[in-house]
Design a binder for this molecule. Structure first.
Ligand code: TYM
Length: 346
């Protein structure tokens, strides 16, 4: 099982929302980059189900999505013997710290969050307070574990900056209690995998058009079909050019992320080729990555009891770590902690 926190190792934390199936954007922008961190960091990977509640969820589906997301993490290479894999709502300290940190976040800061503005637009009938304070819960997720690094896609950068600002503000008032985290965002494009139909937008699991997004669990034929129908342009040149050729650039970027090759290699490989070949080879490269993940996923989902056992154990270990931070935070604020210290043995 997961190795105990060793003081020499730095801590990495990341998470995704169980709001539906994951796309290759989630995979190449985030999860694929979590896996190698397990060698050198103490790693925690969380299914943030409380975050998902900010948009109305069907309870049956949510229950299923939570387990499926944990299975996707593991199928993609997150190893519960090396990492804590757990569900946010099973560790009550997340919500507790979020409340405390909300008193350190300013309304103006939260109003500036582009994801809030975006979601408030899309869910006009339900612009709830949780949608607004969402980044504070995210700050709590990260700061609870003293994470040094947080591997995420580019769309989370602003939230990470807010997390840092909250932690710095807290520390300025109460001493060096909270670790200031650094975002770890992939270079070379995969930080923002784009929508296959509207390449000016990021690929999103909630995109309306099926052809817009490739899901990790799509089968080979579906992946091929989606790439074949990807929107490109009429310039007929294969090159990286985000502004004038967002679609082609996106395909090249996905090919690089799926093959582990560099941009120059992609250009060499596809020079003098037509878009058709770029599309088909990108689909093949993606299928080569997704094939084993789908197979692992099927095996993991065949034994939900074992999955739940892993998640319970992950939550127990995570809670133990989280409690140490809670006690420190509460103590410096003047809140009583003697009972908690005794109960948790921290
Ligand atoms: P979520 O669930 O939207 O996405 C999970 C991860 O996938 C990345 N991502 C992408 N990367 C590249 N291209 C894309 N098209 C793309 N779409 C998504 C996201 O950047 C993210 O890393 N707020 C977070 C969840 C969260 C979290 C946290 C993350 C809650 N607490 C603490 C890190 C640390 C979110 O909604 O991710």
């Amino acid at each position: 099982m997961a190795t105990q926190a060793s003081p020499a190792r730095k801590i990495a934390f990341s998470a995704a929302q169980p709001t539906g199936q994951l796309t290759i954007g989630n995979l190449f922008g985030a999860i694929q980059n979590w896996v190698p961190l397990q060698e050198h960091y103490d790693t925690l990977f969380c299914v943030v189900d409380l975050h998902a509640l900010t948009v109305r969820q069907d309870p049956q589906q949510l229950r299923r999505h939570i387990l499926e997301l944990a299975a996707i993490y593991m199928a993609s290479g997150v190893d519960p013997r090396q990492s804590e894999v757990f569900i946010q709502s099973q560790v009550p300290q997340h919500a507790e710290l979020a409340w405390i940190l909300s008193t350190f976040a300013q309304l103006g800061e939260l109003e500036r969050m582009t994801q809030f503005k975006d979601k408030a637009q899309r869910h006009r009938h339900n612009v709830n307070a949780g949608l607004f304070t969402y980044p504070v819960l995210m700050a709590a997720d990260i700061l609870l574990y003293g994470a040094h690094v947080v591997p995420v896609g580019e769309d989370q950068k602003q939230h990470l900056e807010l997390t840092r600002d909250i932690a710095i503000r807290f520390n300025n008032l109460f001493g060096p209690v909270l670790q200031i985290p650094e975002p770890l965002i992939p270079t070379q494009g995969a930080a923002r995998v784009r929508d296959l139909q509207y390449p000016e937008k990021k690929m999103s699991k909630s995109a309306e058009a099926e052809l817009s997004r490739v899901m990790i669990l799509d089968d080979d034929a579906t992946v091929l079909k989606k790439f074949k129908k990807a929107v490109t342009d009429s310039l007929g040149e294969i090159r990286f050019n985000e502004d004038a050729q967002a679609g082609v650039t996106n395909l090249l970027t996905i090919w690089c992320a799926a093959t582990g090759r560099r941009q120059e290699e992609a250009l060499d490989h596809f020079s003098h080729n037509m878009y058709g070949k770029l599309k088909v080879e990108t689909a093949e490269a993606v299928n080569a990555v997704l094939g084993p993940i789908r197979e692992n996923y099927r095996q993991l989902m065949a034994d939900p009891g074992e999955l739940e056992r892993i998640l319970n154990q992950g939550a127990e270990r995570a809670a133990h770590r989280a409690e140490k931070t809670m006690v420190q935070v509460m103590d410096v604020l003047g809140l009583p902690v003697a009972g908690r210290r005794m109960r948790a043995g921290v």
